[in-house]
Design a protein around this ligand. Structure first.
Ligand code: ATP
Ligand code: MG
Length: 327
């Protein structure tokens, strides 16, 4: 079986975007691949975090992964900072990544524009750590959203160069193109993607929102002054709602257009809200059950870190030998 690595930052409760775009498919890949799933808490430190809140979110996000269908018996589910090899390899790789390469990363440009008060070195070298996350497991494939494509390209460049300089060390990872999750846009500004760190409560649907809240948020979703429910260029808001409805119900765009022909946006928005609320209800119930059993969660993440470390340390020993460190 091929090895897959994927991660999510504990920067907040997952949004509908994270769920439909990524986490839901993580559960579906577990039988076909050796999956390594991590809570990327080291990456979260690139933005200022409140310590107590971060600690709480790490645990919540871990529970959320399980609630979304990730199975710690089938996959290696761990917390990044509990596997020291990530940081270790991250350093070695950052010494093999060029300033110019990192300067071209659009996420760095975006995030540093958004947080001009805290443009720290970690934010800049984030892609080196991400490369370490992937390469340390010799991952064959990485499922990446649009927003991470550039970072995976850099990972491949860095790994290839390292192999050339020091001899074959890393497997070069491919982007995982499978049943792609949808790219979900913000409900408040459908030209921007939905992000869990968005402060505008109306922009995102959290996967733990109550059913009534979800419907309410969809009712408020920004659309256009048109009346027709159809998928068309320029109708960003409606296009987004249609793709959400499509992923959740399995209906295609033509079927959706037919279903709402002659009806207004109001009816459509309620239908999308209700469909999403039904989809998320079991996730929320499972999350509540898991959070009531902290001992079980701790056992899962400790075992996950142990399994992950065994693989990661093997790569790290090889890297140390190659670059001339005493292992
Ligand atoms: P942050 O605002 O903290 O960056 P985020 O919502 O962008 O949060 P990440 O932790 O950066 O979430 O990404 C986790 C996973 O979710 C990645 O695989 C990413 O591609 C995917 N993802 C994030 N936002 C969306 C979205 N709007 N639609 C689909 N997939 C998404
Ligand atoms: Mg992001």
């Amino acid at each position: 079986k091929k090895v897959i690595l994927s991660g999510i930052q504990p920067t907040g409760i997952f949004t509908l975007g994270n769920y439909l775009g990524a986490i839901k498919t993580w559960g579906q890949m577990q039988d076909d691949y050796h999956c390594c799933y991590m809570i990327a808490d080291l990456h979260a430190l690139t933005v200022r975090q409140e310590p107590a809140k971060l600690r709480k979110q790490v645990l919540e996000c871990y529970a959320l992964l399980l609630a979304c269908g990730v199975d710690p018996q089938k996959s290696i589910v761990f917390i990044q900072s509990q596997v020291p090899a990530h940081a270790e390899l991250g350093w070695v790789l950052s010494c093999n990544t060029q300033f110019g390469e990192l300067s071209r990363m659009t996420q760095f440009k975006d995030k540093s524009a958004k947080h001009p008060e805290n443009i720290n070195a970690g934010l800049f070298t984030y892609p080196s750590l991400m490369a370490a996350d992937i390469l340390v497991y010799q991952a064959d494939m990485v499922p990446v959203g649009e927003d991470q494509k550039q970072h995976l390209e850099l990972t491949r460049d860095v790994a290839g160069r390292f192999n050339n300089v020091y001899g074959n060390t890393f497997r070069i990872p491919e982007p995982y193109i499978g049943k792609q999750g949808a790219r979900i846009m913000s409900l408040a500004d459908p030209t921007r993607k939905m992000s869990k760190s968005d402060e505008n409560q109306n922009a995102t649907v959290s996967i733990l929102d109550k059913s009534e809240q979800i419907v309410k948020k969809f009712k408020r979703a920004v659309t256009d002054s048109d009346m027709e429910v159809c998928y068309k260029e320029g109708k960003d808001g409606i296009n987004n709602l249609m793709s959400i409805y499509s992923v959740v119900t399995g209906k295609n765009m033509d079927e959706i257009t037919a279903e709402f022909a002659g009806k207004g946006y109001g009816d459509f928005k309620v239908a999308v809200g209700e469909a999403v609320a039904e989809e998320l209800r079991p996730v929320r119930e499972e999350f509540d059950r898991l959070m009531a059993d902290k001992a079980y969660l701790e056992q899962c993440y400790r075992e996950g870190a142990e399994k992950a470390s065994r693989i990661a340390n093997r790569t790290m020993e090889k890297v140390k030998r190659k670059v001339g460190l005493i292992g």
